[in-house]
Design a protein around this ligand. Structure first.
Ligand SMILES: [Zn+2]
Length: 444
């Protein structure tokens, strides 16, 4: 079934009827309380129950080593977009049937550019480029007007791709610069509105062409008053020529508008580390930014000597500044294990699925967790299960001691159902997502 080629309405309709994963038993189909979303009339207050849901319940040990993950089948009641009950399984119940699939928190892509993708149109590899990021800015100044002609459509297509891989949420950067002004944001907001029942998005107002390098300030100020969540940034030193001036502006705009911060930092030399240290200083001076300030990529962390790496990781954790990494591999290895060990909030994203920057995003957050597990040698049952946090942006069914910590009654029902026996297998095999629920709405 080609979900991507369908309209949204057809997609939801077909999904609900044919329903690859969760299935309505014949008896349940006649029962109005177990109806799933089939059209626009669907109300979020709908309640239903899912039986034969596999949840992780603990680890099995051989001495000190985790050798497998224990699971059991449960019955999950959903009401008003939340988990209302977690009870013993009743295979004979009139309910939707998860057929023993593993239920996990729906995945989250925490760094993507939904506004300027080629996805949904003709395949296009990246072209030879010159002039670094500034060369790409010059290219975008030529190509953005064309890209924006159908960017709402393409954003919807890419959201459908993310959904098909088990994600129900994304943090999207959106270009705010003098070429597209606020148009990229407005086009993306239309896509978000069209998908709001089945997918969640938070937005970063992203000065892709620099804050000062091209005068983006008036547009950033306007965007900050619109429905966005974070003020973005891009390599303050190499693009704007000033670390303090650009970071000061970004911090002030975030404070004035009660937003978070998420800055693209590719600079890997001295300017990169100075930017990190200056941002840490500013966040410590303005504690309301703690927990809502992030550095995306932050490649400089992969270039530090061991001692400095540990020191910076500790400072980032202290200032509650998160790192969002695409898990790059090749010449640069990000110190993700050190960051996690020191308590830094590490999250991941596809960044580009297919655009003029990169074409290697698959849309799968489970693949990112798998890449990290391979890259850092997390091959044990325990190690694999821990890497799931890169797909879920945090929550894990079991804590490090094997105590069940998810799901809990009252949690928002953002759920993915996989053909896997446990998290470790899902990460290792990049298991298929068979069903997805967003705020209680059955997506497929
Ligand atoms: Zn990016």
């Amino acid at each position: 079934m080609n979900k991507i080629g369908m309209s949204r309405k057809d997609f939801i309709k077909n999904s609900a009827i044919s329903f690859a994963g969760l299935a309505l038993s014949p008896a349940a189909a006649a029962c109005p309380s177990t109806k799933v979303a089939v059209d626009e009339k669907y109300a979020p207050s709908t309640s239903y129950t899912i039986k034969n849901v596999r949840l992780e319940t603990g680890f099995e040990y051989d001495g000190k080593n985790v050798i497998s993950t224990k699971t059991a089948l449960f019955s999950i009641a959903i009401d008003d977009g939340k988990i209302k009950g977690i009870g013993p399984n009743d295979p004979g119940a009139h309910a939707m049937d998860a057929h023993g699939m593993l239920m996990l928190p729906a995945f989250k892509d925490m760094h993507i550019h939904l506004d300027k993708t080629f996805y949904g149109q003709k395949w296009q590899a990246v072209r030879p480029r010159s002039g670094g990021v500034k060369g790409m800015i010059a290219l975008e100044q030529q190509t953005m007007p064309d890209l924006l002609k159908n960017s709402t459509f393409k954003a919807e297509k890419i959201i459908e791709l993310l959904q098909s891989k088990g994600s129900a949420f994304a943090r999207s950067h959106v270009n705010i610069e003098p070429t597209s002004k606020l148009q990229s944001l407005k086009n993306l907001q239309k896509a978000i509105e069209n998908k709001k029942k089945v997918f969640g998005v938070e937005l970063v107002a992203f000065p892709q062409h620099g804050v000062y390098y091209t005068d983006s300030i008036p547009y950033l100020k306007e965007a900050a008053k619109m429905d966005i969540d974070f003020i973005g940034g891009l390599d303050p030193y190499s693009i704007d020529g000033a670390i303090e001036k650009t970071i000061d502006f970004t911090v002030q705009l975030a404070l004035d508008n009660n937003k978070g911060i998420d800055i693209h930092l590719h600079e890997s030399g001295e300017s990169g580390i100075k930017t990190v240290e200056y941002l840490i200083e500013k966040v410590n001076e303005n504690p309301t930014l703690k927990g809502k300030t992030f550095l995306s990529h932050c490649f400089v962390l992969g270039k530090l000597e061991r001692k400095k790496e540990e020191e910076i990781a500790e400072k980032l954790a202290g200032a509650q500044i998160g790192i969002i990494s695409t898990i790059p591999f090749g010449g640069l290895v990000m110190p993700i294990p050190t960051l996690i060990k020191r308590g830094v909030n590490v999250m991941s994203g596809n960044d580009s699925i297919v655009d003029h920057w990169n074409t290697f995003g698959s849309g799968s957050m489970l693949q990112k967790a798998n890449l990290a597990a391979q890259l850092y040698g997390y091959s044990s049952e325990f190690g694999l299960s821990r890497m799931l946090k890169l797909a879920t942006a945090g929550p894990l069914p079991l804590d490090d001691k094997g105590v069940q910590q998810w799901p809990k009654v009252g949690d928002v029902a953002n759920l993915v159902f996989l053909e896997a026996s446990c998290s470790a297998e899902a990460v290792s095999r990049i298991s298929n997502a068979k069903s997805l629920i967003y705020r209680g709405n059955v997506v497929y």
